[in-house]
Design a protein around this ligand. Structure first.
Ligand code: FKS
Ligand code: ZN
Length: 349
C-alpha cells in the first residue's frame, strides 16, 4: 500500500492548546507522525511518496473563498495587528448574531471562521494544512488510477473542518477532498467511513445534502464528547442526501463488542449504498489508553476493524485523523492498514 507523506506537516506546531482552562502542549503534535512512520518502516510499508502540489481548483470547489483567504493571510494579519501570541479564537457569532458580516479585525475574523478555541493558528499552519490536503488528493489519485488502496499520512487532520470553519485541530477537510477526487474520476458514488473517536462534523456538513457521497460515523456521543453539537443519530441527511448520512453515537466506556457492531452497521449501509470507492477517516483515538477519548479498543481490535473494512472490497483511501496515545498511534494505525490488506482482494498494490 503506497503511503503519501510530506515533511511540511512540521510547519504546524502550535505551542498552546486551550484545555481545561489552561494552555497545554497540543495533543495533536508532530511526533504523532513519527510513530506512524516508524511502525510503517517496521512492517515494510516502504513505498512512501511525496504528494503532488495541491490542486487549487479542487480546494476552491470545496471551500469558501473567504475562508481560504483567511487561512492564507491570518498569520500576517495577526502579526501586523501587533499580537505576539498564537491565533486563538475567542469570540464567536453565536445564536442570533450576524454571520453575514465578517469583521475586518483579525481577532474577530478568527472567531468568525472557528468552531472551537483549542486549535491555534501559527506561521506555518497554512502551508502544513495544504501539504496534508495534498496527501489526501494524491492518495485518491493513486487509487483512482488503479491501485487498490493508499494511505494519506495527513497532518494536520481534517474531519472537523467544514467548507468555512477550522477547529478540532483541523483546517482543510482531507477526507472530503479525497472523496471529491474520487467523484471526479470513475466513481459515481463514494462513501466516507469515519472511525475516529470524534464525530466528523466537517465531512458530514460538506456532504449533508449530497446523494452521491455517503457519510457514516461511529463516535463518542455528542452529549459527552467533542464536537458536542453534531453527530446525533437523527442526523440522516437532507434533500437529495436524505438517508446518506449515518451516525452511531456511543457512550463512555464502549468496548469492541459494541463498537464493532456499530462498524458492521455502517459497513452494511455502505454496501447497500453501493459505493464505488471508499475514504476512511482513520483516527485511532478509540484506543483504550487515549488521553482525551473514552472508548476501550485494544490494538488487536484495530486490526480486526481493518479486516472488516477490507472485506468490503472497495478501492480505499485512508486519511489519518486523530489518536493521542502517542506511542501507540503507529501500532494502531498500521494495524488497521494490515487488517485491511489481509482481507481486501483489491489491495494488490
Ligand atoms: C481536550 C479537548 C479536546 C478537541 C478534540 C479534537 C479531536 C480531533 C480529532 C481529529 F481527528 F480531528 F484530529 N477537544 N481537553 O481527533 O477528531
Ligand atoms: Zn478524534
Amino acid at each position: 500500500m503506497r503511503v503519501f507523506f510530506s515533511e511540511k506537516h512540521r510547519l504546524h506546531f502550535p505551542q498552546g492548546e486551550l484545555s481545561g482552562g489552561e494552555l497545554v502542549t497540543p495533543y495533536e503534535r508532530p511526533s504523532r507522525v513519527e510513530y506512524v512512520l516508524r511502525r510503517l518502516a517496521e512492517r515494510d510499508f516502504a513505498d512512501i511518496e511525496e504528494p503532488s502540489p495541491i490542486d487549487r481548483a479542487e480546494l476552491h470547489a470545496l471551500c469558501d473563498a473567504g475562508y481560504l483567504h483567511f487561512l492564507e493571510t491570518a498569520w500576517d494579519a495577526w502579526v501586523a495587528a501587533g499580537h505576539s501570541g498564537e491565533i486563538i479564537a475567542s469570540s464567536y457569532p453565536a445564536r442570533r448574531m450576524r454571520i453575514d458580516r465578517p469583521p475586518r479585525d483579525i481577532e474577530g475574523l478568527a472567531g468568525y471562521f472557528a468552531l472551537a478555541s483549542e486549535t491555534a493558528i501559527t506561521r506555518g499552519t497554512w502551508e502544513a494544512a495544504l501539504s496534508s490536503a495534498s496527501c489526501a488528493q494524491s492518495a485518491a489519485n493513486h487509487v483512482a488510477n488503479g491501485a487498490g488502496s493508499a494511505f494519506a499520512l495527513c497532518r494536520p487532520p481534517g474531519h472537523h473542518a467544514t467548507a468555512d470553519m477550522f477547529g478540532g485541530y483541523c483546517f482543510l477537510n482531507n477526507a472530503a477532498l479525497a472523496a471529491e477526487r474520487f467523484r471526479k474520476s470513475r466513481a459515481e458514488r463514494v462513501a466516507v467511513l469515519d472511525i475516529d473517536f470524534h464525530h466528523g462534523n466537517g465531512t458530514q456538513d460538506i456532504f449533508y445534502s449530497r446523494g452521491d457521497v455517503f457519510f457514516g460515523s461511529v463516535h463518542g456521543a455528542p452529549e459527552d464528547a467533542f464536537p458536542y453539537y453534531s453527530g446525533f443519530a437523527d442526523e440522516t441527511g437532507d434533500g437529495p442526501g436524505e438517508g446518506t448520512t449515518l451516525n452511531v453515537p456511543l457512550p463512555p466506556g464502549t468496548g469492541y463488542p459494541i463498537w464493532s457492531e456499530a462498524l458492521d452497521t455502517l459497513l452494511l449501509a455502505l454496501r447497500g449504498f453501493g459505493a464505488d470507492a471508499l475514504v476512511v477517516s482513520l483516527g485511532v483515538d478509540a484506543f483504550k489508553e487515549d488521553p482525551i477519548s473514552f472508548f476501550k479498543l485494544t490494538s488487536d481490535d484495530f486490526k480486526d476493524a481493518g479486516r472488516k473494512i477490507g472485506a468490503l472490497d472497495r478501492p480505499t483511501v485512508f486519511c489519518l485523523e486523530g489518536g493521542y496515545a502517542i506511542e501507540a498511534v503507529g501500532l494502531n494505525t498500521v494495524n488497521v492498514l494490515e487488517g485491511f490488506l489481509e482481507t481486501s482482494h483489491l489491495a494488490i498494490s
